[in-house]
Design a protein around this ligand. Sequence first.
Ligand code: SME
Length: 137
Amino acid sequence: RDENKSVDTRLGEICELLRNNIDYYDWVGFYFKNGDKEELKLGPYAGTPTDHTIIPFGKGICGQVAVSNQNFVVPDVAAQDNYIACSITVKAEIVVPLFVNGENVGQIDIDSNTPDPFTEEDERFLEFINQNVAEIL
Ligand code: SME
């Protein structure tokens, strides 16, 4: 591999690859814990730019996963109270935490314009992606 390629370049390529190859992945991005702050910061992503570049812990689906350390599958975003809308076209979302040495350092976030598209296969697949990402951080 090209050792000079930055981590952000590689993560951006992973986002593009996922978005371009899985038809119901419409927005794919990484959020990371922002230093010592109790908030997430948007990292590399593929899809429409979002205003939500900083998300406090506990807020929205992403902020809840920062606290719970658990996958969060949302079949219908309209049914969620604690949800931050990025685009009116989004119908469903999945967020899978990213662990480095057992510590929750961030997450991969996928938005879908298709209702209820995510299965346990997506969860296992995104866990596998994150395990590999953890190796290059
Ligand atoms: N919907 C997310 C916010 C991030 S956007 O999906 C890119 C949430 O509720 O946390």
